[in-house]
Ligand binder design. Sequence first.
Ligand SMILES: [Zn+2]
Ligand SMILES: [Zn+2]
Length: 896
Amino acid sequence: MTETIAPPTTRPETAENGLAKAYDPRLVEAGVYERWDAAGTFQPHGDPARKPFVVVMPPPNVTGELHIGHALFVTVEDIMVRWHRMLGDPTLWIPGADHAGIAGQWVVEKELRAEGLSRHDLGREAFLERVWAWMNRYRGRIREQLQILGASCDWSRFTFTMDPGPSRAVRHAFKHLYDKGLIYKGERLISWCPRCMTALSDLEVVHRDDPGFLWTLRYPVAGTAEAIAVATTRPETMLGDTAVAVHPDDGRYRHLVGKQVRLPIVDRPIPIVADEGVDPGFGSGAVKVTPNHDPNDFEIARRQGLPGISIMNPDGTLNDAAGPFAGLGVAEAREAVVARLEADGALLGVEPHRHAVGHCQRCDTVVEPLISEQWFVEMAPLAAPAIAAAKNGSLRFVPDHFKTVYLNWLENIHDWTISRQLWWGHRIPVWYCQDCPEIIVTEEETLAACPACGGPVAQDPDVLDTWFSSGLWPFSTLGWPDDTADLRRFYPSSVMETGYDILFFWVARMVFFGIEMTGELPFHTVYLHGTVRDIEGARMSKTKGNVIDPTLVTAEYGADALRFALVTQSSPGNDLKLDLQKVEDARNFANKLWNATRFALRPIGEHRIELDAAGPVRPTVELALADRWVLSRLDATTAEATRLMEQHLYGEAAKAVREFVWSELCDWYLEAAKVRLRGTEEERAVVAQTLAYVLERSLRLLHPTMPFLTETLWAELPHAGELLIVAPWPAAAPRDEAAEAAFGALIDLVRAVRNARTEANVEPGRWIAAEVYAGPHAEAFADARRELAALARIDIDQLAISAGEPAAARGALTAVAGETVALLPLAGMVDLAAERERLEKELGEARLELDRAETKLGNEAFVARAPATVVEVQRKRRETALEQIALLERRLGELG
Ligand SMILES: [Zn+2]
Ligand SMILES: [Zn+2]
């Protein structure tokens, strides 16, 4: 959107007609998104020679409604994207949705269960049709919710992980790794969910301390009267024991190594082996070895050349190798085995014992280590360049400390189990010939016959871990493996913004796949946000009933308020506690801005507002002190917001703009400007031009955070261009320090007068007399005498301003602010004793202030180490306090 249409320079009707009296977020937000979309603003525009800004959206799982965590990432990414669009970068935010593998299958299986069916009753094809129907239903819902939140992403590039493009990318990547020897099939001890009936990767197993027991069993040593005690948390697995292991240096057992024990119940002879992996301090120092059902034992068996015996079926029941216990579930088998051991005199003891137990991340079922034939990715060669990228700084983390977490994981990585015994997902692109031993890996979706013998082929029944396709996302969304224009233009992306909880699942995998498949890092900056918790800091969950539905919040307060509250309460890498009061505060801020704009639209509508290609022209002539001050404060805010945005401190940037709009523009400038709006035509025109300029710029600064409100208000103000979303981010002019100092002093004095009035119980509506001693600001105050009078409620005919020292002030209130003083004649309004007490209190405070400054300045370490400007601030503090003390003492004397 580079084309600009010059708007009318005069407004034909009273401008505030365009804005309703009261701010109603629902009315304000309706229709705005459609205008942006229809104008094509979400597609990348701008100078094609310029480096684009690209963000790939973490695709929400197509398994339900968006939650408040989604609202946070949408807000942060949309702020980045809108800001870069305003900076003039060709900007692209690619939306998408994830098929969610195991989670996707699980939701549909749950639906089926409610109908008394399982996926096996339907068969693979019918089941997948059902999942697709479900996915298509929610896909639209996700889009709708993203739009409600204001996500300015390019819908023409929306991608679903199961679309033909990304699916082909998955097959291409698989074949690439397979051909390179980095994908292999093997029998390994893997984590298995007996409920989901699938292998899981290490990351999909959640370890939790569960209460349990430690049983001590007695294994008699064959041919002797001795026995060995072994402790176990899983007595039922003893049916699969193939050895007893002790530490080689353990003197208690040295004479037994090489002998055999007779395994109770099964009466199988198994050897006693010495292995470094045994902890002699745990239990008796001797452990049973069950290679096929425990990862440590699997390693011991590998080192010792021991066989393994599998005693469990994939559904978690015991198999025929468990003899009389075959068919029992784990819990029943445990009870039966313990009873039998006890009856046989082989149970030495039992005690309560808490220990870490692995649970399925998806369904919480206890995970079983099982021997199974699975597909794996060999990780060491892929991890190495991903480690190097973080170490050499080409991959940056915000916040920085996640680099260590990332490196730690990659440096200790195991091979990745990528096959899943599911139906929903990307099918493994491996085909087995039914007539010859040929195995074919192909990028094609289907294979008709064996290329070696022409015989029939069958595809591997398993699907890939859902994170396999996610790892390709930054380039599969741009057309990879084809060399597309999009890929050339928009890859690598700029920032990967996502939750720190998926740093390993997703970020690390995108990095190593990106380097391996494209030879480039998929992005150079990783921005990690935290988890949204409830106000107490607890994780939101349906069972706790503390879930906040973002669509209910936006319906009540508006998306702008939710976005503002989320971003101002969050900081990179930290969890945030969502306080709905903050959402309400943000709505109140929106309301404040709405009312300020309505107020400003009257004078603006009555004057010709000068415009140029950038919008209202900055006024430069006939400026009053207040105008110069507000323009300079706008510049200061613009510079500060820009600096914070550059540092990814989006919440701080939003706060800085709010502070300016609310506490400076609304509280002071608008109030001060009212004086001249009652003045001459020339004065009214300057105020109108200043208001138009400052408001229009403020809306631009606030646009990334509150896009709907700002777009709506901007349309009512004189502006250049068609839509705020594509207006340029403002640049800051140098500050007017003299104006800031003088008007700042005026504000301080008004505050002091107001405080003095309040403390002396002067009625708020009463116009009073005042003698103002303004020191260096006397000239500026004289120019702004009408503003000073109006703001402090001083009768302008009884306002005297001078640069000199205050005269004797018997019977007057004294308001002191820095170098300025106002004497307010009491004229019988105030109790003199109370006034004395008040001055004494202030004198006490001024002395404390002096003490504090002197303590600091007396601290040699502080003076030596603090930056010169900081020391200077303390010197200034001391000076001011000394002046104030002198003044107050004099005033007290004058009270008599
Ligand atoms: Zn499970
Ligand atoms: Zn064949």
